[in-house]
Unconditional design. Structure first.
Length: 174
């Protein structure tokens, strides 16, 4: 099992008596996407790199992490667009890109994340329309889109989300 936290990766070795944490990767760079090929971690289930002063963009090959169920890159300085390949992460139940510098539109492929329960995108520079495909996230209970630059109307498909708790759409230009 691999655990990423604060630029360190450890391998949990259950063969040792009592569990032993073994350092495996010393530094994880999101800026130089060629330095980390996500295909090297096909069984990774959680990638939590919040509040690590990361910068750069989210590489498209993040879509190779098909077993990922939690992706948290919040509270960093990540810029660029959310790659449509995020829609390949169909095992995700939590996606948190909050408090970064992400821009562009929210990809319609977000509607592919059928197991998603928590979606945090607040505090970015996302713009354009909120895609109607967001209404396909039938397990979504938390949706936070505030402090972005979305425009247009709130898609009626959000009414399909029966598990959704209150949603705040601050800074929505209609």
């Amino acid at each position: 099992m691999l655990l990423f936290h604060s630029f360190l990766c450890y391998s949990l070795n259950p063969r040792q008596q009592g569990f032993q944490w073994e350092p495996w990767v010393k530094k994880l760079s999101i800026e130089q996407s060629n330095s980390l090929r996500f295909s090297s971690f096909p069984n990774l289930i959680e990638l939590i790199l919040h509040n690590n002063s990361l910068y750069g963009f989210i590489p498209s090959h993040i879509g190779n992490l098909s077993n990922l169920n939690k992706l948290d890159l919040s509270f960093n300085s990540i810029s660029g667009n959310i790659p449509p390949e995020v829609g390949k992460l169909v095992s995700l139940y939590l996606l948190d890109f909050s408090d970064n510098n992400l821009g562009g539109v929210l990809p319609v492929s977000i509607g592919n994340l059928s197991n998603l329960s928590f979606l945090y995108l607040y505090g970015n520079e996302l713009s354009g329309f909120i895609p109607r495909e967001i209404g396909m996230l039938e397990h979504l209970s938390t949706l936070q889109l505030l402090k972005n630059n979305f425009e247009g109307t709130i898609p009626a498909s959000i009414g399909n989300l029966r598990s959704l708790s209150p949603v705040y759409f601050c800074h929505l230009i209609i």
